[in-house]
Design a protein around this ligand. Structure first.
Ligand code: SF4
Ligand code: SF4
Length: 135
């Protein structure tokens, strides 16, 4: 993650990449009821925020925001004291520099999420639609 020097090429490579320093990925609960769906909707209503459902079935909200410690050359200004989460993430466990390839589903708006729930979680979708129709 946002190194200070070039690193060797091996699979994915940090040397010309700082993608993981340009977003925040926060794990959220799998939706199980109407309130959970509303919470997910509140995320996709925000600018520069998406929802992701990964290969393990884990949901997360991704905020596409560049770290303030990343300089204009895509190097970390505080590399020697970067936080643990930054130290733990590296070429060894990275899926690559294209974030979209590491996720199974990507929801950018209400329609994406509703389409998914309608197909994959029909009971929850009907419950949500029913609850919304009385508001
Ligand atoms: S860990 Fe992955 S996303 Fe982050 S800089 Fe390296 S190759 Fe890019
Ligand atoms: S602190 Fe440094 S390594 Fe961590 S996200 Fe910011 S720029 Fe990247």
């Amino acid at each position: 993650m946002a190194k200070t020097k070039k690193k060797k090429k091996q699979g994915v490579d940090c040397s010309d990449c700082a993608v993981c320093c340009t977003y925040l990925n926060i794990v959220v609960e799998r939706p199980n009821d109407v309130e959970d769906v509303e919470t997910l909707l509140s995320y996709v209503y925000h600018k520069n925020a998406d929802l992701c459902l990964d290969e393990d079935g884990d949901w997360s909200v991704v905020f596409h925001n560049r770290c303030k410690q990343l300089d204009k050359n895509n190097l970390c200004k505080i590399y020697e004291r970067r936080p643990y989460i930054c130290r733990a993430f590296s070429e060894k466990n990275c899926h690559g520099d294209d974030f979209s390839e590491s996720v199974r589903k990507h929801f950018s708006n209400e329609k994406d999420l509703m389409d998914y729930l309608g197909k994959k979680r029909p009971a929850l979708y009907r419950k949500f639609r029913s609850a919304y129709s009385v508001r």
